[in-house]
Design a protein around this ligand. Structure first.
Ligand SMILES: NC(=O)c1ccc[n+]([C@@H]2O[C@H](COP(=O)([O-])OP(=O)(O)OC[C@H]3O[C@@H](n4cnc5c(N)ncnc54)[C@H](OP(=O)(O)O)[C@@H]3O)[C@@H](O)[C@H]2O)c1
Length: 302
């Protein structure tokens, strides 16, 4: 039985992805920051077959110690086939920080997954790595949301408040930029793991699951902002737009179960071009090395 780790498996896209993986016969390690909440989520999810092989393990991506403990505590698991880097946060308003003093969106969405995936690769021959990004990673995307702006890693991890912009716009941009970092990470990891012309050592792909207004991603938004999301969801459903985590999870699962590519970006189930910045190898290298410096470790050094 193949084992897959799904981060943020207790909600939205993550719990649907877990459900489908279990149905396909995978064993899933549900890596979540709150065990009780995860059990409650499973109990409130009728589609979840509790007879299947799932394990709940504590992981807080906003805490380096928790990430190390999570990996250390996997010693009872011999082989891990893959990981779905799914967990994510988005917030608007005053800046928030991880336990290690890093801006929370960059720290959780990107840096936590960067550290986790690399620590796992030191112990396991992961064959499938799925990196959940967003179309917001691409500044050409037509959206009122603030754009992704790549900067030196220290500025992404420890941003200064820009008095000429609103906190809402700045924190929105943190989210979009964290998702750009995810695509840069996916491509750099693919370059490091896979020699061109040889069989893939691991398949690493990034995915935009689409706009899913019914997940809990907006939990840190204000009442007004959430009301806006709910109304938008209603209108989108009415005109046949928008995506559900139930459908989006199928595309995520196909990257683990059936698609044989690496170093690609998927818009749901189709491989498409990602943003211009995401292909910039200098930026990817700077992001990798800057991330190593913050964590204080070297990964996949040649
Ligand atoms: N919703 C959309 O429209 C949309 C669009 C594009 C991409 N995405 C991406 O899709 C992924 C799933 O999001 P979703 O929409 O399903 O949102 P969601 O329902 O809020 O799920 C996010 C998951 O991430 C977990 N998480 C947050 N911070 C964490 C941390 N520090 N450590 C471990 N887990 C943490 C959450 O755990 P808790 O329940 O404990 O908070 C939750 O399980 C995210 O990467 C998101 O950026 C979403």
């Amino acid at each position: 039985m193949k084992t897959i780790i799904v981060t943020g498996a207790n909600s939205g896209l993550g719990i649907w992805t877990t459900k489908y993986l279990l149905d396909l016969g995978y064993r899933v390690i549900m890596a979540c920051r709150d065990i009780k909440k995860t059990q409650k989520a499973i109990n409130g999810f009728p589609e979840f077959d509790k007879r299947k092989e799932f394990i709940i393990r504590k992981l807080d991506l906003a805490d380096f110690e928790s990430i190390r403990n999570f990996v250390d505590n996997l010693s009872d698991i011999k082989d891990i086939y893959g990981i779905d880097c799914n967990a994510g946060i988005s917030y608007e308003g005053p800046f928030r920080y991880t336990k290690n003093g890093i801006e929370e969106t960059f720290g959780t969405n990107y840096l936590g997954h960067f550290m986790l995936t690399n620590l796992l690769l030191e112990k396991y021959n992961l064959e499938r790595i799925v990196i959940v990004s967003s179309e917001l990673h691409n500044p050409k995307n037509k959206s009122p949301f603030a754009k992704a702006v790549f900067k030196p890693v220290k500025e992404l991890a420890y941003p200064k408040v820009d008095v000429n912009s609103t906190l809402q716009k700045q924190t929105q941009s943190f989210y979009a930029t964290s998702k750009l970092c995810m695509v840069l990470f996916a491509y750099e990891l693919d370059r490091k793991l896979n020699n061109k012309g040889l069989a893939f050592k691991a398949m690493v792909n990034a995915i935009n699951p689409g706009l899913m207004l019914t997940t809990n991603l907006g939990r840190k938004y204000t009442f007004g902002e959430n009301l806006y999301r709910k109304s938008l969801d209603f209108i989108f459903k009415f005109i046949g737009l928008g995506d559900s985590p139930k459908d989006a999870a199928k595309a995520v699962v196909s990257l683990i179960d059936s698609v044989n590519t690496s170093g690609k970006y998927y818009d749901k189930d189709k491989a498409v071009q990602s943003s211009t910045d995401s292909y910039d190898e200098q930026k990817a290298k700077a992001l990798w090395e800057g991330s190593e410096a913050i964590i204080g470790a070297k990964f996949l050094a040649t």
